[in-house]
Ligand binder design. Structure first.
Ligand SMILES: NC(=O)c1ccc[n+]([C@@H]2O[C@H](COP(=O)([O-])OP(=O)(O)OC[C@H]3O[C@@H](n4cnc5c(N)ncnc54)[C@H](OP(=O)(O)O)[C@@H]3O)[C@@H](O)[C@H]2O)c1
Length: 427
């Protein structure tokens, strides 16, 4: 098959139209399914930016699926191979052959790494190439990079992870009162679970990811077969509801920790108290908590799957291969700094307790372009406390409104304003 730019680059997308004098960086793409096709699109969109970062524009040198492409031709025409086939064979053979031919490899394949990791890591070292796999664990959450680079010198004690979004989504549904079967059906309907979800609900998928994290964090080879795992199929909705009354939430937790002078790696459902950093992770999100004496605790969370999200992690690995990591990008076109930012606000006022006060405050806010989202009024003898949240308004308009409110004769003290961040990411 002939070398070709990615489909988005062919369409033009937001491509940089300036001539690119430097040699392109050819990438062989194995697999063009959910993640592979998203990577193709993303590469087309981001190639001009990556060129500005690295000096070379990444382009697809060829794509392999069951019905198109030749691995030999792709290998010959590429400097880096992205493996997004999944499964063990032929992914293992292609990855090994690519590294033995001196190609860097980026993969999202947790099955492969959790069962043949040592063979692959050895091949990368012997051939002086990089094997990167950020997308294999927790999707776009950069836990692999953090363990392998940022915390490489730390003496870690424990990792706890919600590393399977499908089961986390099911458990979130069960917390709302669904039975296991209803929750599973809803998860499939929303596209978060495969038609055959056995690896997810049995805990095997999470076990593969914990084997990879344990290898990175504790420097000990761990094969998937050495990780005991228990799934969520036997859980009852009423367990979740009783536990909620006790302040407990149920999650499928992967653990890798030092125990009795050794290492324990396992996956099972576990109750968490509400204050635990993983307790608030709901829906298809993933999160990983890393603990050690020196760092106390770090938690990373975000989308654990999805084509575009996973492709973003794959592209991050490609850029890391193309240039040394942690170098600030060269100055690009500077963005204008925005100062007058809109936000929701919490407002607190002490006012005389008399009729019409709330209406007058609302009128002033309305004149300045703000509207009230929610309000609480409490009596304090002759005075009252008026506390409200207003919908987003720019800082300059809020300042006008506060000045005008402060001049109202019923105000007993200066109004206080604190910003409210309204975004909610957990579902
Ligand atoms: N999907 C996610 O959200 C996600 C998240 C994190 C990690 N991952 C990992 O990313 C990898 C890819 O997942 P995916 O969801 O994109 O899989 P997918 O949708 O099933 O796509 C697999 C692709 O590989 C091709 N392929 C499979 N076996 C092949 C063979 N023997 N020869 C040639 N081509 C072959 C398929 O070709 P055809 O098109 O011809 O069938 C298809 O294009 C897996 O390792 C997965 O664990 C996925």
């Amino acid at each position: 098959m002939s070398a070709r730019p990615s489909s988005a680059a062919l369409r033009g997308g937001n491509a940089d139209t300036r001539p690119h004098p430097s040699k392109p960086f050819p990438i062989g793409l194995l697999g063009h399914g959910t993640v592979g096709s998203a990577f193709d699109t993303l590469l087309g969109e981001r190639s001009p930016y990556v060129q500005r970062l690295t000096g070379r524009a990444p382009v697809l040198a060829g794509t392999l699926t069951r019905s198109q492409g030749s691995f030999e031709e792709i290998l010959a025409g590429s400097e880096l191979v992205v493996e997004l086939l999944g499964g063990i064979e032929p992914a293992r053979e292609y990855v090994l052959r690519a590294m033995r031919a001196g190609r860097h490899v980026v993969t999202a394949n947790k099955q492969l790494l959790s069962q043949h990791g040592e063979e692959l890591f050895a091949a990368a070292a012997e051939n002086g190439v990089q094997l990167r796999f950020e997308a294999a664990v927790a999707g776009v959450v950069p836990v692999v990079r953090v363990l392998a680079e940022s915390l490489a010198g730390a003496h870690l004690e424990r990792i706890h992870g919600i590393v399977n979004g499908t089961t986390n989504f099911i458990l979130s549904e069960m917390e709302r009162g669904s039975s296991y079967q209803e929750a599973l059906a809803e998860t499939q309907r929303q596209g978060y679970a495969e038609a055959d979800p056995s690896d997810d609900v049995s805990g095997r998928d999470a076990a593969a990811k914990m084997a990879i994290l344990a290898r990175l964090a504790f420097g000990t080879p761990v094969h998937l077969d050495e990780v005991p795992y228990e799934g969520i199929e036997h859980l009852q909705a009423d367990d979740l509801q009783y536990a909620r009354e006790l302040g407990l939430g149920l999650k499928l937790i992967g653990t890798a920790e030092r125990r009795d002078g050794g290492l324990s790696v396992r996956v099972h459902p576990a109750f968490l108290y509400a204050g635990h950093p993983l307790a608030s992770v709901r829906g298809p999100f993933n999160a990983v908590t890393v603990e050690s004496d020196a760092i106390t605790e770090i938690t990373m969370s975000g989308p654990g799957a999805g084509g575009r999200q996973t492709a973003s992690a794959v592209l991050g690995d490609v850029v890391s291969v193309m240039r040394p990591p942690c170098v600030p990008p060269p100055p690009l076109e500077p963005l204008a700094l925005v100062r007058d930012v809109s936000s929701s606000f919490y407002l607190h006022m002490e006012v005389a307790d008399r009729p019409g006060v709330l209406g007058e405050v609302a009128n002033v806010l309305g004149d300045c372009g703000a509207s009230i989202k929610s309000v609480v009024q409490r009596g304090l003898g002759e005075n009252a406390r008026l506390v409200m949240v207003i919908h987003p308004i720019s800082q300059s308009r809020l300042d006008d409104a506060l000045q005008r409110i402060a001049e109202l004769d019923f105000l007993r003290s200066a109004p206080r304003a604190i910003r409210v961040i309204e975004e909610e990411f957990n579902v």
